[in-house]
Design a protein around this ligand. Structure first.
Ligand code: KMH
Ligand code: ZN
Length: 277
């Protein structure tokens, strides 16, 4: 994996998401202040990267540059984490809406590399949409993280590379276990990793009860890890996590037991080839 020593690991905290609402857990942050406080707690627990969504005050997901700017300013005033904005947004948003946060000078932005069933809905990333969002990420000078939910998404990503819309080394997040897409199974992860071009960095974000087992496996296989309320609201069976920080703390302990040490944001920037913060 490019840039990282075998003992190093980047932990990402997905602290907001676009789907989880207060009705499911009171611990999901909505306002800029709440988001920044959670980012600080996650940094203290070992996260170097914050995967960011934004909400309206009533919790509705939004990709508005204004809301993202408020959240990013609040985060940057309080901590040094790498800020990775979502360009996935929520199901049903238009591509133009989804790229709103690119105006906010984030450190990284997600690039979703294919369409999937997303629960009972469809998360639509037709190839022209992918190409357009990739082009806008490139124009904004932002480093993309490739969100891959299915095997064929690797091929989609490579087609973007062939068109010059993304460049190696690729930073990949395998998002596994979305209902309607490929499951979070060990053999699935092993196969996906085997298909990546050399020098790629990769991490796993597994949904629901698969979050921690897949974090452990990623640590064993040399990958990075994403945890947080966006993907899973439970710390243990039937026990809500009191925010994303307890999930980062749990992941940090699991990966340390596998001989991996969570890196600081400064080191994560070096590993990911980002400008220093
Ligand atoms: N909310 C999902 C439909 C991303 O952040 O780029 C898409 C998502 C991916 O969360
Ligand atoms: Zn997301």
């Amino acid at each position: 994996m490019s840039g990282a020593r075998p003992d190093e690991i980047i932990l990402t905290a997905a602290i907001v998401g676009a789907e989880v609402m207060r009705e499911q857990t009171p611990w999901v942050p909505y306002t800029a202040d709440e988001i920044a406080a959670e980012a600080v707690r996650c940094r203290d627990a070992g996260a170097a990267v914050i995967h960011l969504h934004a909400r309206e005050p009533d919790g509705r997901p939004t990709q508005s540059a204004e809301r993202f700017q408020e959240a990013i300013d609040a985060i940057r005033a309080r901590t040094d984490v790498v800020v990775q904005v979502s360009t996935g947004g929520a199901v049903g948003m238009t591509p133009e809406e989804r790229v709103g946060p690119l105006a906010c000078r984030p450190d990284m932005a997600t690039l979703n590399c294919g369409t999937i069933n997303f629960g009972d809905e469809i998360f639509e990333n037709a190839r022209p949409v992918m190409r357009r969002i990739a082009e806008l990420i490139q124009k904004a000078g932002v480093v993309p993280e490739l969100e891959l939910y299915e095997v064929g998404h690797i091929d989609n990503a490579m087609a973007l590379a062939k068109d010059g819309l993304i460049a190696a080394p690729f930073h990949v997040q395998f998002v596994l276990g979305v209902p309607g897409a490929i499951g979070a199974r060990p053999e699935v992860l092993r196969f996906l990793v085997s298909q990546l071009p050399p020098q790629s960095t990769w991490g796993v974000a597994a949904v629901g009860r698969h979050q921690m087992p897949m974090a452990e496996l990623a640590a064993e296989l040399g990958g990075f890890v994403r945890v947080g309320l966006e993907d899973n609201v439970y710390l243990d069976k039937g026990v809500l996590a009191e925010g994303s920080a307890p999930l980062v703390d749990r992941a940090s302990k699991l990966v340390r037991a596998k001989g991996r040490t969570p890196v600081t944001p400064t080191r994560a920037r070096e590993i990911l080839g980002l400008p220093s913060g």
